[in-house]
Design a protein around this ligand. Structure first.
Ligand code: SF4
Ligand code: FES
Length: 247
């Protein structure tokens, strides 16, 4: 496949960025999107030019590092996949592909396609944990019976990989789907009830402090989420928040 790539280039956080055009040739439809970018970068390095900076780690849909807005869609075309799981067969020979970083005030661009998502880490630090007594009297987690329905829902919420596609998809750059997944995974389990009140209040407060917008109620986040995190988590977080606020 021969392709034209329009890629966002930005030297650093303070520089003014812009789209640059590149050509890549003889790309196999079986290569992944990131392999295609590797080929472009080899080409740029051989020409003595600066390679395109982009985030990646596991390249198997687990770590949540890859984060590209491809033709205006977070993680590109296809449902339930991350950028690293996207293959070039989703495109056609001769296509022009637009590649940009995830856009949100709370995700400032560091360089080219790399954004700073430490705002997500700070939301996690605000309450995404449980306290366990490890003094030697630790109770076996399996000794606490948990209703299967709740265990399944908690597990589903815990599959959030913190990629930020929900934020990039939302016209308000809202982090409600991410934060609600992190709140839900504990709210549904007895181990998470101990700190439930402070957790939801602190995590929502941090989410607002970071500059994320409010839920737009459009459901774009759920549609673009590679892990299928459901909007019902946002409803659960709102209920948790209301309960905590009147306590
Ligand atoms: S909710 Fe989905 S889109 Fe948002 S950070 Fe988690 S995995 Fe990514
Ligand atoms: S590189 Fe880890 S999810 Fe894409």
């Amino acid at each position: 496949m021969n392709l034209t790539l329009k890629i966002w280039r930005q030297k650093n956080a303070d520089a003014k960025g812009g789209m640059e055009t590149y050509k890549v040739e003889n790309i196999s439809p079986d290569s992944s999107f990131l392999e295609m970018l590797d080929i472009l970068n080899d080409q740029l390095i051989n020409e003595g030019k600066e390679p395109v900076a982009f985030d990646h780690d596991c390249r198997e849909g687990i770590c949540g590092m890859c984060s590209l807005q491809i033709n205006g869609q977070p993680h590109g075309p296809g449902r339930g996949i991350t950028t690293c799981q996207l293959h070039m067969r989703k495109f056609r020979d001769g296509d022009t592909i637009y590649i940009e970083p995830f856009r949100a005030k709370a995700f400032p661009v560091i360089k080219d396609l790399v954004v700073d998502r430490t705002s997500f880490d700070r939301i996690q630090h605000a309450g995404g944990y449980i306290s366990v007594n490890t003094s030697g009297n630790t109770q076996d987690a399996n000794a606490i019976p948990i209703e299967k329905h709740n265990a399944d829902k908690a597990f589903d919420a815990a599959t959030c990989i913190g990629c930020g596609a929900c934020v990039a998809a939302c016209k308000n750059a809202s982090a409600m789907l991410f934060t609600s997944a992190k709140v839900s995974q504990f709210a549904l389990l007895p181990q998470g009830r101990v700190e439930a009140t402070e957790r939801v209040l602190n995590m929502v407060k941090q989410m607002d402090l970071e500059g994320f917008g409010n839920c737009s109620n459009t459901g774009a986040c759920e549609l673009e989420c590679p892990k299928g995190i459901s909007l019902e988590n946002i409803a659960r977080m709102n209920r948790e928040y209301l309960k905590a606020s009147v306590k």
